[in-house]
Design a binder for this molecule. Structure first.
Ligand SMILES: [Zn+2]
Length: 697
């Protein structure tokens, strides 16, 4: 699954369940407001051909400093806060007990009320987690691990499936359902690397000073959490060392973040007998029975070396070390839903140290995000009814169609592709499903028990519902209509295995999409987002999947070689230092996203051209603001990527996920485009005109 954005950390903080979930923040930003595209935000004292990011965004950045409760701030973030404020209104209404509440309102309202009731959460202290901690304390034989891990997996928020590029955030290992790489119609069980509580394996393995310093702070944080839970200080210090050693061993065994991008490296299918032979010390039958997983025809072992490493680790680490590891992980995962001391210590490391954010977000906002994570398709119904009128969906579908036509034309005119590959590329595009706004059929949460005085219990029961829902798919037909993002989400994704592109209602708001705006504004913003997601199906990894979503090589050898050469240009271009964060962006990691950005804007421009033509205009026509349509298109594109990250957040983002930072998403893209040079009169030799301009699509 490929996303539009992860680095914009409100999204990162909110949705990468477990690791950052809920470690966000206390108020400081003024009331959320919708942003609109505004040409007055251009800094006309600057030269667009020198640095288009500064030209388009410097005024915006000055007017929008990073709020103290945010790790970064950009147009994505401000829309996300506007959306969540809208969700909050609904939740507040639903929370006031009244006989007239529908069953959906009752569920989400009571969930919100339980979270908001800070004093009773504080009074309860660690008590809501005690049943899990007791189970962990009783582990006295490693043969009991399968049942215990199943018990924990059933109660911890499963990772959001959109965030598993680097590693699945879970405990010990990850389990989820995904289509068979070779026959996408069928869904199989996936067993994946996991169990590390830092954002990526590099955090454990890099040996620069900063990495060492963060590991030392992490070790202290683990000890502090254990101490808060009642361990004597000396014991907590020893246990923290065990936790760090176990997680480092998991990191050593885990697959590298770049290798993980290639689906063939994850496509290792085994029978249960073979899985058992891979890890003889862990009884899979016992685990699968305890977690109530149906049988899967095959099991995808996404990272075989990880399970080999896990086997060695189970054998070598004594049982008390495993108790320490599981105890810390349980505390960490539950911390956002526990009393102040746990909340604060968890935020201190995950919010302050890892992403440099001084303060926590207000509780009401955290509770609204939490409700969206746990009961998203219930919470989202009112949001959609209020803020996503049917005519917006119609307009979106028209834009998507126009942009798909542009890609069809682009494929047809490509000089580097054979007729045979072109034919299959067209077929893939026409088989794609375009999903806009929200699901046709809402998820039914009626079996989730929600209590008005049990926040952690509500999260655990919602998590159990979600993991059961996923595991029930083993061996079933793949559902292409399902959504992996909730309606208020400011993001979008492409899924190669279901051959779908998906745009939640949350991103179909200004400044991305605004019915009252001219086409140049909408095609530059949401149009480029649409283009980005479409191109993911044809990026360096997406191209390996066919029209049916199967991992099958449909390219002639010569076309594949031509593709790789073009891709290499992008990879080189985006490998660059990020000085303020002390890290280097790896173009091999971000290649798919960068290809999607570059190709996406190109086909969005194609869509705009055809739309203008039907109105008797062209790209050089003037708008009422005195800009050309083409200038407006590029400025609108840049506007949605205006933003900045705190250095700590930039470092964590670069090290743990595959999206380039916003300023490169603007400058590298435009510097590859002759259309940009034309729009602003840029000449060869200027920074925004790359001598070796890259172009895949
Ligand atoms: Zn993407």
């Amino acid at each position: 699954m490929r996303l539009l954005a992860v680095f914009l950390t409100l999204t990162l903080l909110t949705f990468s369940a477990g690791m950052f979930a809920q470690t966000t923040l206390s108020s400081s930003s003024s009331a959320p407001r919708l942003e609109h595209f505004d040409p007055a935000m251009i800094d006309r004292d600057l030269n667009p051909c020198s640095d288009f990011f500064q030209y388009s965004c410097s005024k915006w950045l000055k007017a929008n400093p990073i709020p103290s409760d945010q790790p970064g701030w950009g147009t994505f973030n401000s829309l996300a806060l506007w959306n969540i404020a809208a969700v909050r209104e609904t939740l507040e209404q639903a929370a006031s007990a009244s006989a007239k509440r529908t069953s959906v309102e009752q569920k989400v309202g009571d969930y919100y009320a339980a979270c908001l009731e800070e004093s009773s959460v504080n009074r309860a202290g660690l008590a809501p987690l005690e049943p899990m901690l007791d189970r962990i304390a009783k582990l006295n034989d490693k043969a009991q691990l399968p049942e215990l891990i199943a018990y924990v997996h059933q109660r911890i928020r499963p990772a959001n499936l959109n965030f598993i590029d680097a590693q699945y955030q879970g405990v010990f290992f990850g389990i989820y359902a995904a289509p068979d790489f070779d026959d996408a119609k069928m869904t199989l069980a996936v067993l994946d690397q996991s169990g590390m509580n830092l954002p990526s394996r590099e955090f454990y393995l890099n040996d620069d000073d900063k990495s060492k310093q963060i590991r030392e702070q992490y070790r202290k944080h683990v000890a502090k959490m254990l101490e808060l839970s009642g361990e004597p200080s000396a014991q907590a210090t020893t246990d923290a060392q065990s936790v760090l050693r176990i997680e480092t061993a998991l990191a050593n065994a885990a697959m590298d973040i770049v290798l993980r991008r290639d689906p063939k490296n994850q496509n290792n299918k085994m029978t249960l007998t073979e899985v058992q032979a891979l890890t003889p010390s862990f009884n899979w039958k016992n685990y699968l029975a305890a977690i109530h997983a149906p049988e899967s025809p095959k099991y995808i072992i996404a990272a075989p070396d990880f399970f080999r490493g896990l086997e060695k680790l189970i054998a070598s680490e004594p049982v008390d070390h495993w108790r320490a590891y599981l105890r810390y992980t349980a505390l960490h995962d539950a911390a956002p839903f526990l009393s102040q001391a746990f909340l604060e210590e968890n935020f201190n490391f995950y919010g302050r140290t890892l992403i440099g954010t001084p303060t926590m977000q207000p509780r009401a906002r955290r509770c609204s995000f939490s409700a969206d994570i746990d009961l998203g398709e219930a919470v989202g119904q009112a949001y959609v009814a209020r803020y996503f009128p049917p005519q917006n969906k119609t307009r979106m579908l028209e834009m998507v169609k126009a942009i798909e036509v542009a890609l069809d034309e682009d494929i047809e005119s490509a000089t580097w592709m054979s007729a045979q590959t072109k034919k299959l590329a067209h077929e893939k595009l026409s088989a794609q499903i375009d999903k806009i706004g929200y699901p046709d059929k809402w998820r039914d949460y009626s079996s989730v028990e929600v209590k008005r005085d049990d926040y952690l219990g509500n999260v655990q029961r919602a998590s159990a519902f979600e993991i059961n829902r996923r595991l029930a798919k083993f061996g079933q037909a793949t559902d292409r209509q399902e959504w992996n993002m909730t309606p208020p989400t400011v993001n979008a994704y492409e899924d190669a295995q279901s051959n779908t592109i998906n745009f939640p209602a949350g991103i179909l708001q200004p400044p991305f999409f605004e019915a009252a705006q001219i086409d140049a504004v909408n095609f530059g913003a949401i149009g480029a987002v649409i283009g980005h997601e479409i191109i993911h199906g044809y990026d360096d990894q997406g191209r390996k999947f066919d029209a049916q979503g199967n991992l099958r090589d449909w390219w002639t050898a010569e076309d594949a070689t031509n593709y790789d050469k073009r891709d290499e240009c992008i990879t080189d271009e985006y490998t660059q230092d990020v000085p303020e964060a002390g890290v280097k962006q790896n173009g091999k990691l971000s290649a798919g996203e960068d290809t999607a950005d570059n190709g996406g804007i190109h086909i969005a421009l194609g869509g705009l051209k055809s739309s203008l033509k039907s109105q008797g205009k062209d790209l050089d026509s003037l708008t009422k603001e005195g800009l050309t349509e083409l200038q407006t298109f590029f400025l609108s594109y840049a506007h949605v990527w205006c933003g900045q990250l705190r250095p700590e957040a930039a470092r964590t983002a670069v090290m743990s996920q595959g999206h380039s930072l916003g300023r490169y998403r603007i400058n590298n893209v435009v510097a590859n485009m002759p259309e940009f040079a034309h729009a602003f009169g840029c000449k060869a030799g200027q920074p925004m005109v790359h001598a070796n301009a890259c172009r895949v699509w």
